[in-house]
Design a protein around this ligand. Sequence first.
Ligand code: NAP
Length: 322
Amino acid sequence: MNHRQFGRLGCPVSEIGYGTWGLGGWTGSDDAESLRSLHRAVELGCTFFDTALAYGHGHSERLLGQVVRAHPDRRLVVASKVPPKNLKWPAKAEYPAADTYPADHIREFTAASLENLGLERIDLMQLHVWDDSWAADEGWQRAVEALKRDGLIAAFGISVNRWQPENVLKALDTGLIDAVQVVYNVFDQAPEDVLFPACRARGVAVIARVPFDEGTLTGTLTRDSRWPEGDWRNVYFSPENLAASVARAEALAPLVPDGATLPELALRFILSCPDVTTVIPGMRKTRHVEANLAASDRGPLPPALIAALRAHRWDRVVQHAP
Ligand SMILES: NC(=O)c1ccc[n+]([C@@H]2O[C@H](COP(=O)([O-])OP(=O)(O)OC[C@H]3O[C@@H](n4cnc5c(N)ncnc54)[C@H](OP(=O)(O)O)[C@@H]3O)[C@@H](O)[C@H]2O)c1
């Protein structure tokens, strides 16, 4: 496992981290399997874990905390997220900052996450949604300064809305943001245009999320894929989006190197970008942990293959994002 410096936090993290949304309770989740997978990831050298209070109302945080506390000899870096007070996803400019992230809400929910995790400090606390019209608001700014001063968090970050990678640039200018979490994968290459240079210039860490486009880039979806009722993926993969996504994934097949897989190609594409600090595939199954963490050892993709993958960029329209 290769490591990269986590921006201003000043510590190295594994370049492949662990996304824990699914184990908060996606259809088919099994806690025993999730715990085995988390422990296996630690054994294989994974040191960065992303969770959120919203993932199963603290369930993902509780599972992760259990595993982190079981490995006191390892420097495991934990990132969590404060849900918006108005519970509206994604953020929109018309929602006032004071309704979404007032200072007392950020404080209260950080305390709740600390309790769920069973830890005294969270390495990175993030806002789960963001609109850059809130950048100058003093409420969230005061909360961040106080949480750092009181030692409850080491660093602060923002998770950017899907397909809006530039909707955070004003926040970066406040100097209070240590990390940005953004959708970046073979399809969603737009963060390279403006966001990554802005992060590079300020020493802000980049967490690349949704490396498999929620499943398309694993190559396991078909035009007939359906999830049990209530599973959010039925919304994300509307029939039109599913058909288009599967067609685009199929078009990648000739580019997968001999002996490799589409998920490996997807992860190595992301890691080929030096602006990425860590990529966080969502994983519940141990076989996925083993396959994904092994991608670090294979190194960056050859430049000719990166160039070929540039043609598969897919800029999507924001209003279709759930
Ligand atoms: N707003 C936000 O801040 C936000 C939004 C979305 C995601 N995130 C974070 O980003 C993380 C990653 O995103 P995601 O989990 O939504 O999507 P993702 O990483 O693109 O895809 C996860 C899916 O891929 C499957 N998978 C993983 N490795 C595989 C492999 N080698 N072969 C076949 N299938 C594989 C997983 O299956 P299993 O689960 O069955 O192992 C899961 O169904 C989340 O877990 C979360 O931490 C944050």
